[in-house]
Design a protein around this ligand. Structure first.
Ligand SMILES: [Zn+2]
Length: 247
């Protein structure tokens, strides 16, 4: 993402923030948006599905990154950790104290820091953190936080389907599908509707990316909402938009 569109992103993000934290449980008729901290926002995408957006530090120009918190009975599953330990800790505290559904486990969707920065904080709390075998390998090679519980290709995590569709933004990018809501978390493998380029392609496999998008489409025909790694969620058209940018 270039700097002007990044700035626009931040303005839009700040423009849509947010109510203060109430004391009562966040039931479906409760508030749909929360400011957890100045740089952490949470909003409801679908019943039981929450989008978290965390801002990077000044070194990354406060670039916003998306993840999910998904309710699973009396507990919550965390998809991507925010950029750092504090983000992960505050998201975990929010799920426990406001949602009244403590985080039970987490998954990271590729090895970059906007996905994994909070892994050490989660591991320190004794939470299981899942990632692809390749994510653990690449993270270790780069000296980045390593998810301790690994899988190859696909795995169920409560109601979630974790799926490696093939390389794209990174060699190890996975997507996460929640069948109950039709929400697909595409992570950085999927670009937001306002994106004019592919963003950071330093670790990308550009030639493999289109087939990986097609595999995602075939695997999850019921998807209704697609959440990119950065920027606004959209519908299945975000897969097509990403394909356009690849051409
Ligand atoms: Zn990335």
């Amino acid at each position: 993402m270039n700097i002007p569109s990044l700035r626009l992103c931040i303005v839009l993000l700040l423009g849509t923030a947010c109510a203060s934290t109430p004391e009562r449980a966040a039931l479906d008729d409760g508030p749909s948006e929360y400011t957890v901290a100045e740089d952490i926002h949470v909003r409801r995408l679908a019943p039981g599905v929450w989008l978290h957006t965390t801002l990077a530090g000044e070194d990354f120009d406060r670039y916003p990154a998306n993840g999910l918190l998904i309710e699973d009975g009396g507990e919550t599953l965390l998809v991507d950790t925010g950029w750092n330990a504090r983000h992960a800790e505050q998201l975990v505290a929010w799920a426990r104290d406001t949602l009244h559904r403590p985080v039970r486990a987490a998954v990271v969707t590729h090895f970059h820091e906007d996905r994994t920065g909070g892994v050490p904080a989660l591991v320190a709390k004794g939470l299981p953190v899942y990632g692809l075998e390749d994510t653990a390998r690449l993270a270790k090679e780069r000296g980045l936080p390593v998810p301790p519980r690994t899988f190859s290709q696909e795995q169920a995590l409560g109601p979630l389907e974790l799926f490696f569709p093939g390389a794209g933004h990174a060699r190890d990018n996975i997507v996460v599908f929640h069948p109950g809501s039709g929400v697909l978390f595409g992570g950085c493998f999927v670009k937001d509707g306002a994106a004019k380029d592919l963003g950071n392609v330093a670790d990308a496999a550009v030639s493999a990316w289109p087939a990986s998008l097609e595999r995602t489409r075939e695997r999850f025909p019921g998807l209704q909402v697609v959440v990119p790694g950065h920027g606004a969620p959209g519908g299945p058209e975000l897969l097509g938009h990403t394909e356009e940018l690849l051409r």
